[in-house]
Structures are given as C-alpha cells and as structure tokens.
Design a protein around this ligand. Sequence first.
Ligand SMILES: Nc1ncnc2c1ncn2[C@@H]1O[C@H](COP(=O)(O)OP(=O)(O)OP(=O)(O)O)[C@@H](O)[C@H]1O
Ligand SMILES: [Mg+2]
Length: 342
Amino acid sequence: MNRTQADRGRDVVVQAVGLRKAYGRGRERLPVLDGVDLTLHRGEVLALLGPNGAGKTTTVRILSTLVAPDAGRATVAGFDLVRDAARVRERISLTGQQVAIDLKQTGRENLWMMARLAHLPRRAARARADELLEAFDLTAAAGRQVGTYSGGMRRRLDLAAGLVTRPEVMFLDEPTTGLDPRSRQAMWEVVRDVVAQGTSLFLTTQYLEEADQLADRVALIDGGRVAAEGAPAELKRRVGQVRLELELATTDDAGRVAAALGVPVPEGGADARTVRVATDGTLAGVRELLAGVERTGVAPRRWDLRTPTLDDVFLTLTGHAARTEPRPGTGEPTRHTEEVAA
Ligand SMILES: Nc1ncnc2c1ncn2[C@@H]1O[C@H](COP(=O)(O)OP(=O)(O)OP(=O)(O)O)[C@@H](O)[C@H]1O
Ligand SMILES: [Mg+2]
C-alpha cells in the first residue's frame, strides 16, 4: 500500500518522525530510540509491540510530553509536542505501566480527585466517577481503600482515571501485563468500548495476542526503530497462524532439519536444538513439512503445532530473536549482534 496516499485520505492524530532518545553519557550512553516513525489515524488502535527494554515506554513518554526527544518531531492531536505541550496534554490521557492511583484513598475518591483536577464541576465530577466505576465493574468496591484492591482492580481503576475526561488520544502502556486471562479479557472489552466512543488509542504490549485482539495496526519495535508494521492479519500471514516446532537431539540435527525446511538455523543457547517454521495452517501444508523432515532421516525428539509467540514474530520479520535489553557503551545505535547465520 502507498502509505502517503492512505494518510492523505485520513485524519492523522499522532505523527512521529525520526524520534531519537539516548540515556546516560560517555561510554555508558545507551541509545534507546534510533529514529522511530509512527502514525496513528483518528479512531484507530495502534499497538507498539516489543520485548522488555525495546523502548516502548520511552516512546509513550515522549509522545505524552513527559520526556523530550533528543531529535525528531511529533504532532499529537494536531499540536507540536514540544512547542504546544500544554495543548497536547489537554487532549490526551496516559495510563502508565506503573499504577498511578492513591492507595490510601477509595476508588471513588480517586476518580473524584481526577475529575476535579480536570476542572469538572463538583456535580459533574461525581456523576462521571460513578459512571466510570460502573463501566469498570468497580461499583461494589468503590468505597474501599485502593490499597485493598487486587492488581486487576487497580489496573481497571487506573484506566478509568485516564478516562475521566474523554481524551482524543489515549496512551496505554502495557495495559494487561500481570493480569490473569479473565481480567485481560475484561480489560480488552473496556478498551474496545473506549475506542467505540471515539478515542484513538496508542497502546504498547509484549503480547502478540493482545495486539491481535485490539489493534488495527501493529508496529514492531526493534533496535530502536520500527522494524515492521502492518495489520495484525498481515503480520500473521507472514509469521504463520500455526507454527511447527521440532525439538532435535543435537544442534547438527537441528541444522539439517532447518536447512531442509528452508528456515534460519537456530541460534546458540537453550534454543539451539529447536527448529520453528510457519505453516499455512492446512493439513496438506503441515504434512508436506513433516515429509520434508522425514526425508532428512533425522528423528525429532518432540514436535508440536502451536500459535506464534513474540519471538516467532521477531525471528520471522527481523531474522533474529527478540532481545530484551540494549547494550551500552558502543555509542552505535543498538543493533542485535546475534544475527542468524545464513
Ligand atoms: N530514565 C532513564 N534513564 C536511563 N535509562 C533509561 C531510562 N528510561 C529508560 N531507560 C532505558 O531505556 C531502555 C528502554 O526502556 P523502556 O522503558 O522504554 O522499555 P520498554 O520497551 O518499555 O520495556 P518494558 O517492556 O520492560 O516496559 C531500557 O534499557 C531502559 O533501561
Ligand atoms: Mg515499558
């Protein structure tokens, strides 16, 4: 698709070009963002997907005016991030990775306070708080100190606090990390509601499934840049809906099987005897792959069919595994050194 043409036809609410950010100084200087380009259209959900330390929170903090980029430009809701920071702040909400509510106050008091801080008149503030408590299934616990809430309840209250005013753009930093599957589902429902009411959403996640569930578009962040971008269905098509995973007895066997299947040879470490390959999800396709393995004469110790993980996405789209922390000291943009040998 020609992105320029597509963008022209639609309202852009977040546009970031060439965002750079490094932390520390001298040999300890750690480049985190190395030219990040991102676009969020009105009414859209964009998921920034990446492992620990990829720079997701840094990106969100820059776009929500909490930290300044070293270089690059961005507009949010039509305003320049640096020149018009106050105007940007009026139009966004940020729900961070850390819960930001007051544990000594009750859930209701927290929302009242947020509403008052957002200049809602007293009566409107109460009404909005009650509405949100209801929507987030917190009415029964509304009079209890937040300190007594479970993690999932705190997360929901946190999200509610970000919605006291209806933001034009909402930033959600890993909204469901640490939640159990049921709470995660509930959170997804709430997020879909928010979007249905017209808020554009910029979300970060480590979960492929979350991106798939919520996002219209997914941007994969790697080495401080957006390494791949597309609709979840497009990424799934490239990565494969169903993956064949084979565990071999030796690294030699793994090499032979990988070569026969035409996939990269596994990296060193614990993974070195495991070969993973995308299938087209059909019986015939899987059978053909298995026949290919059989022809090598190598017997796998174990084999399995499963849905792709974040690691599979990285391996397929970037040619290397997701690495969790960039390394300081080189002054070079963060690059992954464990490239897969061809
Ligand atoms: N204020 C800071 N000072 C120094 N280093 C920082 C600072 N903030 C972030 N970093 C470093 O920048 C890198 C990216 O951090 P960031 O929090 O953006 O990652 P993330 O993708 O949000 O990771 P996670 O999934 O763990 O939340 C990490 O190596 C982190 O240690
Ligand atoms: Mg983070």
